[in-house]
Design a protein around this ligand. Structure first.
Ligand code: FE2
Length: 337
């Protein structure tokens, strides 16, 4: 069994990789690393996370609390993976998707609501799920199911962090929508998976926020009342924690890679996954540049590395930005905290 290149602990190599490499994460020291067959190695350009998180630091406190918080995170509803399977199956139809949705009453109600919303509503009100699915079309239905399933994870009982959680949710939906649009623009066939990748790309921040919100004592207690510090901490650790969440949910390698590398897509070793990661990286930037980020950082799309990599012109991105608010409004109305 291969060992973690940092702490030498043996690692369960269950997570399957793509194109010969697997992005693994050590459950003991939390470090991400690469597995190739029986060989494990560090990711070029990344340093040992334990050096960042020194003893007694906020980082150390968070990383120590993370494994338990990840365990306690609700599982991604089965309907989410079921819909992804159906979309991959060329034989499946819109009827099969409707049938799956019918088994989850809460989601079925949301789909009906969406079909009758201002953006999609026709002349008549629809009260039957098959007709609602037909009105919305496969892609919109599938994306809406994923958004409803994910939105529940952003609910927090801690008032202090409610607004920030909501910003993360709006950012997630905007990023998901843009990832889907970018996939269409570059004729990338994994648009549905990229929508989900956009939804979960900052899931690590949700886990960390939950840890911070429920810890009032010790070093983590210092984060209360200091939003700048919270943002800084989330920016440093959310991709690592996100990677652990994706492994915990046993999602395919695409999600591990896009979640961990979405700020550094050039480091992705497989070309196939690098393109997907550039899509999420650019979608994240388009969302931020359009006012759907979590802090007020200024992002430039004109010189964005992923726009260049994917061959997307700034005119195309400008059109996407102009439509973004209206496009996500109906989804936000039926999902999230
Ligand atoms: Fe993001």
């Amino acid at each position: 069994m291969p060992g973690c290149p940092y702490c030498k602990e043996n690692v369960d190599p269950r997570a399957s990789g793509a194109s010969g490499f697997t992005l693994a994460a050590c459950p003991t020291c939390m470090n991400p690393f690469v597995l190739e067959g029986d060989h494990s190695s560090t990711i070029p350009g990344t340093s040992d996370i334990r050096l960042l998180a020194r003893e007694g630091s906020i980082g150390e406190g968070l990383l120590r609390a993370a494994p338990r918080a990840i365990q306690e995170l609700p599982v991604l509803p089965e309907i989410s993976t079921r819909i992804m399977q159906l979309l991959r199956d060329p034989e499946s139809t819109l009827k099969d998707i409707a049938e799956t949705i019918r088994q989850d009453q809460a989601i079925a109600v949301k789909i009906l609501q969406l079909a009758n919303s201002a953006l999609y509503g026709g002349l008549s009100t629809i009260s039957n799920l098959d007709a609602a699915c037909a009105r919305l079309g496969t892609r919109t239905v599938a994306n809406a199911v994923q958004a409803v399933a994910n939105g529940n994870l952003y609910v927090t009982g801690h008032k202090e962090f409610r607004e920030l959680m909501r910003s993360y949710w709006v950012h997630a939906v905007a990023t998901a929508h843009c990832a889907n649009q970018i996939a269409t623009a570059i004729a990338e066939p994994r648009g549905d998976a990229l929508f989900v990748a956009g939804l979960i790309h900052d899931i690590g921040a949700v886990v960390l926020l939950d840890i911070i919100a429920s810890t009032r004592r010790g070093v983590l207690g210092e984060l209360h009342g200091s939003p700048e510090l919270v943002n800084e901490v989330l920016a440093s650790y959310s991709h690592v924690v996100g990677l652990h969440v994706v492994h915990h949910w046993k999602l395919p390698p695409l999600f591990a890679v896009t979640t961990y590398f979405h700020h550094a897509p050039d480091l992705v070793m497989s070309e196939e996954l690098r393109t997907a990661t550039h899509v999420v990286c650019l979608a994240n930037a388009v969302a931020e540049a359009s006012g759907f980020g979590v802090d007020d950082g200024k992002v430039s799309l004109v010189t964005h590395q992923s726009a260049k990599y994917l061959g997307l012109s700034d005119i195309k991105l400008a059109v996407m930005r102009a439509d973004l608010e209206d496009a996500i409004k109906p989804l936000l109305a039926i999902t999230g905290p």
